[in-house]
Design a protein around this ligand. Structure first.
Ligand code: GTP
Ligand code: SPV
Ligand code: MN
Length: 617
């Protein structure tokens, strides 16, 4: 057992079974070692030397490819098993004691049943491997808004990713006192190297199992993830902790854990505001978080690109932190034209997963450059030439990179106090119906917009890409409790915040014209929408009332320098009562599915909306 962790000797030290000051952590690690039966236990220090040692070892063993250090220093390519390329929502479970606490939008299993089953799967699952113990903090170290966790994993890929994505190692251990609350996060790829008879076999580049369970125990604040090494299934600080478990903690403690980016925006006049925005997976959070405004004089700085924890402060204002320390961003579609800031961020110290490898030892994916370089090897390791039906990079290929490398990172991103949120945006990928931007008439209407958010499915999860599904608050796969109760929690938050509540908007960059092409140029041009939202906050511009909410007046919207035909503007904001009425029927069905916990206020909103639409037919 290698123990490399220094710990502060200044605190009173009780007899310890491990190198933390938390007897519960030490006892859990010892218990898991007995269950998992690894060859070795390694307590992670989170140092650069450890990252270097682990990546060297993974390169030696063939699970990472070192990229050409001249182009991409200290950077690596990982190729996953083709059966393990995205979050597996079918294998994700919320194991609350009562099924109604998980709600119909989650898969539910009884905690005892799930634990009994998983205990047998985990028994001996790390044979022949090293068990890594990864103490981590979600949120700035020592912030009252932060939470601690300890992940146990047999995946060195998960370890190096957690080092980038969280405050991990010795720093986190120092936060773990004898009585500190922490979340236990158990992870195994489910591929032991030694069988029951003691026979050892060769490892593969990306071990995983066809049997997958991503199980959450909200009441005991535990995560047990088995069989997958990919993304949100294995970096347990992210979706499992910071969203599914944290949403339950947030409900109990009176705050919000959300699938939101956070930005700081400064207008040409020098007015600064902070905004949070919930868009479903692969719907533009990283892009918007790193927006390079095309409108002159504007500045957007990044605080977070995926998750926000928001809590009312002593003055009654909503404050947010980004609980993460890095970005796990979608690679395809990221290029100089769409997100130059991301391109600059990933100059080095980056782990790439499931993208293509170029002849010069650098990476490539669709959208990085207009033309594919010659001699590419695709994400599965096969030669690839432009024009092939399959893409060179997997659509859910990703980069993992420290946030501090982002040229647009805001000074406040690491501030333990967080930032005061002035506006909240909801946005999905919608070819029809939803306008480019509208403002909720009040908080309750904003909650209605969040609750009825729908989006075409992307490659971030297994499933049929393109199908329209309701994804309330972009939290459908991430809310750790009943969806109706969650909406009620949002309504209560509004009452508590009162006049300090942020204003709520809906956006849609993805509306399409009759020819199937996007009506709005998107990306940097989204600064025009931001400009309108900021001027709404200042009270400088008005709205036109509509069933969707307050729409901008064309004359008050910054269109100068943009070649947007009037017909496109009209189509971007067109509300077809018949189409809306059809959609509202689907919404009613969705509400019925969510069931009895749908707040009355939201049902009433839907009824009023439908009356309004009928009167417009
Ligand atoms: P997760 O990390 O899965 O939560 O996703 P995300 O919301 O951070 O998604 P990301 O910003 O990485 O965007 C994913 C895809 O959306 C990429 O293919 C982008 O090119 C595309 N995208 C982002 N912004 C825009 C936009 O303004 N217009 C259009 N048309 N596409 C966009
Ligand atoms: C998402 O799917 O929303 C992601 C990627 O951010 S993952 O971490 O895999 O969930
Ligand atoms: Mn996400």
């Amino acid at each position: 057992m290698t123990m490399t962790l220094p710990f502060s000797p200044t605190r009173p030290v009780a007899p310890l079974a491990g190198p933390t000051l938390s007897p519960s952590v030490n006892a859990w690690v010892a218990e898991m070692r007995d269950l998992l039966q690894p060859d070795e236990v390694h307590w992670c220090s989170g140092t650069a030397a450890e990252f270097d040692q682990l990546t060297k070892q993974m390169v030696r063993e063939g699970s990472l490819i070192r990229l050409n250090p001249e182009w991409r220093p200290n950077s690596f390519l990982a190729r996953s098993d083709p059966r393990d390329v995205a979050r597996s929502e079918e294998s994700t479970f919320i194991c609350s004691r009562r099924p109604e606490d998980a709600g119909v939008t989650n898969n539910w299993r009884a905690p005892a049943t799930m634990k009994a089953k998983l205990t047998e799967l985990f028994r001996g699952s790390m044979r022949g491997r090293t068990m890594y113990v990864v103490p981590f903090s979600m949120g700035p170290l020592g912030s009252s808004l932060s939470k601690l966790g300890v992940q146990i994993t047999d995946s060195p890929y998960a370890v190096i990713s957690m080092q980038i994505m969280t405050r991990m190692g010795a720093e986190a251990v120092r936060q773990l006192g004898p009585d500190t609350e922490w979340v236990a996060a158990l992870h195994s790829v489910g591929s032991p190297l030694v069988d029951d008879a003691g026979v050892r076999r060769e490892d593969v580049a990306w071990p995983c199992s066809d049997t997958k369970y991503i199980a959450h125990f909200p009441e005991t604040r535990e995560i047990w993830s088995y069989g997958s090494g990919y993304g949100g299934n294995s970096l347990l600080g992210k979706k499992c902790f910071a969203l599914r478990i944290a949403s339950v903690i947030a409900r109990d403690e009176g705050w919000l854990a959300e699938h939101m980016l956070i930005i700081k925006a400064t207008s040409p006049e020098g007015v600064t505001r902070h905004l949070a925005a919930a868009f479903p997976s692969a719907c533009g959070k990283t892009n918007f978080a790193m927006l390079q405004p095309t409108l002159p004089g504007w500045k957007v700085e990044t605080i977070g690109d995926d998750i926000a924890w928001l809590r009312p402060d002593d003055d009654g204002r909503l404050r947010a932190i980004n609980p993460e320390r890095g970005f796990f961003g979608v690679a395809p579609g990221t290029g100089e034209a769409t997100n130059p800031t991301a391109v600059a961020t990933i100059w080095g110290n980056t782990i790439f997963t499931n993208v293509a490898l170029a002849e010069d030892g650098d990476v490539w994916w669709e959208g990085l450059t207009d033309r594919a370089p010659k001699g590419l090897v695709d994400w599965e390791g096969n030669p690839w030439t432009a024009g092939e039906p399959a893409t060179a990079a997997h659509p859910n290929g990703r980069f993992t990179v420290p946030a501090e490398q982002c040229p647009s990172i805001a000074d406040e991103w690491n501030d333990p106090k967080g930032v005061v949120i002035d506006a909240i945006l909801f946005g999905g990928r919608r070819a029809t119906n939803i306008p480019l931007v509208c403002e909720a008439t009040d908080w309750e209407h904003g909650v209605f917009l969040g609750a009825t958010l729908a989006s075409e499915q992307t490659a971030a999860a297994e499933g049929h890409v393109g199908t329209l599904r309701y994804d309330p608050f972009a939290m459908l796969p991430f809310c750790g409790y009943d969806m109706g109760d969650y909406w009620q929690h949002w309504l209560q938050m509004g009452e508590r915040l009162g006049e300090h509540a942020p204003r709520i908007f809906q956006v849609n960059w993805f509306r399409k014209g009759a020819d199937g092409s996007f009506l709005w140029p998107g990306y940097g041009e989204n600064s025009r929408v931001l400009d309108w939202i900021m001027r709404r906050l200042n009270g400088e511009v008005g709205t036109v009332a509509s069933p969707a909410g307050g729409l901008p007046k064309r004359a008050e919207f910054a269109l100068a320098g943009l070649d947007l035909p009037t017909a496109a503007w009209d189509e971007l904001f067109r509300i077809d009562p018949a189409a809306w009425l059809r959609e509202s029927e689907q919404t009613a069905e969705f509400f019925d599915r969510v069931g009895a916990t749908v707040p009355k206020a939201l049902r009433l909103r839907l009824t009023l909306l439908r009356w309004d639409l009928v009167s417009r037919l």
